[in-house]
Design a binder for this molecule. Structure first.
Ligand SMILES: CC(C)(COP(=O)(O)OP(=O)(O)OC[C@H]1O[C@@H](n2cnc3c(N)ncnc32)[C@H](O)[C@@H]1OP(=O)(O)O)[C@@H](O)C(=O)NCCC(=O)NCCS
Length: 163
């Protein structure tokens, strides 16, 4: 069998994308963001940038948000539709976001991730993020520990590899 990579484009998220983003959010997280959070991020939060990946037919298959505060970019939300995982889309979207943040002055990237989220921790590690600490009971729905990861410098390197 030949695996065919889906063709998709990464673009800035718009308010019409919110319903498709919420669908992926709800199947990806035990504590998904409510619609009002996406509306706030898009319309009112000057620190927020949000991106989506869309197939040629317009179907939304992944999204990522970050906050840029000073020279630090913090990944706020990030998921790939379950049917499109393990095809490099998450990695590409994350690289694209880091390159975008670097252009806006980011030098450091930070995030928190559930201790049980092996897929995400491996992805961040692949891009050079290192574990910097942890927070016991950070996730209130199941009292799970958060792993804090960061990438110090070199964010501009992703400009050449992202779409
Ligand atoms: C984490 C997530 C965004 C990864 O997206 P993806 O498109 O499937 O990831 P990619 O195909 O780009 O994988 C890139 C790398 O990540 C790692 N990885 C991704 N999924 C993995 C898995 N299930 N198991 C182990 N490693 C995995 C691998 O290192 C992989 O590189 P490789 O293909 O060379 O082995 C996706 O699993 C997801 O949406 N999960 C639910 C939401 C979530 O956890 N978001 C992150 C919150 S912090």
């Amino acid at each position: 069998m030949i695996a065919i990579q889906p063709h998709y484009l990464i673009q800035e998220m718009a308010s019409e994308d919110i319903s498709a983003v919420l669908e992926i959010d709800q199947v990806s997280f035990s504590n998904p963001w409510p619609e009002r959070s996406y509306r706030y991020e898009l319309a009112e939060n000057p620190a927020a940038q949000l991106f989506v990946a869309k197939l040629d037919d317009g179907a939304l298959i992944a999204y990522l948000g970050y906050w840029l505060i000073g020279d630090e970019v913090h990944i706020s939300t990030f998921a790939v539709h379950p049917e499109f995982r393990r095809q490099g889309i998450g990695e590409n979207l994350l690289k694209n976001a880091l390159a975008d943040a670097a252009k806006r002055g980011a030098q450091v990237a930070t995030l928190e991730v559930r201790a049980s989220n092996e897929a995400a921790i491996k992805l961040y590690g692949k891009l050079g993020f290192k574990v910097g600490g942890s927070l016991e009971g950070y996730y209130h729905d199941n009292d799970e520990e958060a792993i804090l990861m960061s990438l110090n410098g070199g964010l501009a390197q992703f400009s050449e590899t992202s779409q």
